[in-house]
Ligand binder design. Sequence first.
Ligand SMILES: Cc1cc2nc3c(=O)[nH]c(=O)nc-3n(C[C@H](O)[C@H](O)[C@H](O)COP(=O)(O)OP(=O)(O)OC[C@H]3O[C@@H](n4cnc5c(N)ncnc54)[C@H](O)[C@@H]3O)c2cc1C
Length: 480
Amino acid sequence: MMTGTEYIESLRQLKTEIYAFGEKITNFVDHPLFRPHINAAAVTYDMAHEPEFEDLITVKSHLTGKKISRFTHIHQSSEDLVKKIKMLRMIAQRTGTCFQRCVGFDGLNALYTTTYEMDQALGTNYHTRFVEFLKYVQENDLMSAGSMTDPKGDRGLRPSQQADPDMYVHVVKRTDEGIVIRGAKAHQTGIVNSHYMIIMPTVALGEADRDYAVACAVPVDAPGVFHIFGRQTNDERRLEGEIDTGNARYAVVGGEALTVLEDVFVPWDKVFMCGENQYAGMLVERFACYHRQNYGGCKCGVSDVIIGATTAMAEYNGVAKASHIKDKITEMVHLSETMYCCSIACSAEGGKTPSGAYFVNPLLANVLKQNVTRHIYEICRLAHDIAGGFIATLPSEKDFKDAKTGPYLEKYFRGVSDVPTEYRVRMARLVENMTGGTALAESMHGAGSPQAQRVMIMRQSNMEHKKRLARRLAGIPEQD
Ligand SMILES: Cc1cc2nc3c(=O)[nH]c(=O)nc-3n(C[C@H](O)[C@H](O)[C@H](O)COP(=O)(O)OP(=O)(O)OC[C@H]3O[C@@H](n4cnc5c(N)ncnc54)[C@H](O)[C@@H]3O)c2cc1C
């Protein structure tokens, strides 16, 4: 397994084509816009070597028997699913942000289980191919991006009905050697600092959409692949200094990009679905549920930091003993631990799929993610309430260092007399950074918008059973 430093060095070997702020980036590894995201992903590699976390972050491969990173593992029990959540929480507590590696991890598990069932039903050999790829990923401790979301164009139309056929990734050519794909994947977390992208369809597909039923693994630096990096709230502060960024080492959320696939060749040994539209829905659902499972792990770890920062702010402001402050912080803990409970529950209630790999309880995983779309907003609202308005009005780090303005800022931004002004400013910037627009939107749309969960919650709710329970108690006979 790689260390964080080895992982960072491995990125230098790639020819990843990246654009940001209207320019082609030549050395993304050392660029201040990208480096914090790389540092966050590197933590997943470094912590695997810390004895305290060995049991959570490393595991024995069921394929080779070798010790591997859990991020490349296929869940072999519900205990594995629970350990995944504990691992995500621990890492998020250290980074205070998204460390990106879970998306590809979920893509690997979704493909493992789906290709097995597809082969059983259709006589294809995708699972064998996929297992060979998986062994390669495990052996080399690679980071994969989970590439599901297509740009989607007109959301009211199917992929094959779009005015522009490239709005969903599709196969444009099949040869004896492989396939050629075209399109783009949107909102790609951690892709610029990954090794591979795991491409999957984004919706269930009908017969007319067969060319869109494609799953495959593509190196992030393959010919025809390039990435246009997305902006985040206050990202330009990274180019200026340290304090104003809030979390200078690790930044906000994952570092997302629009990844363009301009006629990309994929050899057959890296193709795991090609035209089997009837299995696209299963793949989407498996990935979505595995990914929704995560949010009570990582978001709870991030919330642990927000709650700690908010409590510190209350102390620095001299209001920590006020009863409404204590009550609001209690509420923040309650909201956060509710998300964690849901993650643990959907993992513990997971079950075995025909491939032998374990899958989460889909109803509980969707309930969890629905809670996250609300609880994170409420946690952040309470953090803003307690921290005070200066998180929105603080002058810059440069003004604090300026000979004329610095002494005045030092004097007038002090809270309690025994805490240096700089500590209060640093903590305020951390709260501002962790509770801002980009982080909130990720809680809303990451792993699917709220309505996607409501559709699955209703489908999984077993309403007939609930109606039968009510009829029996009300003394109404069973209907024919
Ligand atoms: C920070 C972040 C990180 C992400 N990381 C990844 C990643 O690593 N990999 C990946 O593949 N994806 C990723 N995503 C994408 C995420 O899964 C999508 O944002 C999500 O599925 C919503 O899709 P969208 O953004 O296109 O929004 P839209 O689909 O445009 O949704 C906007 C609204 O329209 C509604 N809507 C959409 N379609 C319909 C319809 N047909 N009928 C009625 N209502 C509709 C939705 O419910 C929602 O309310 C990430 C997103 C974010 C914000």
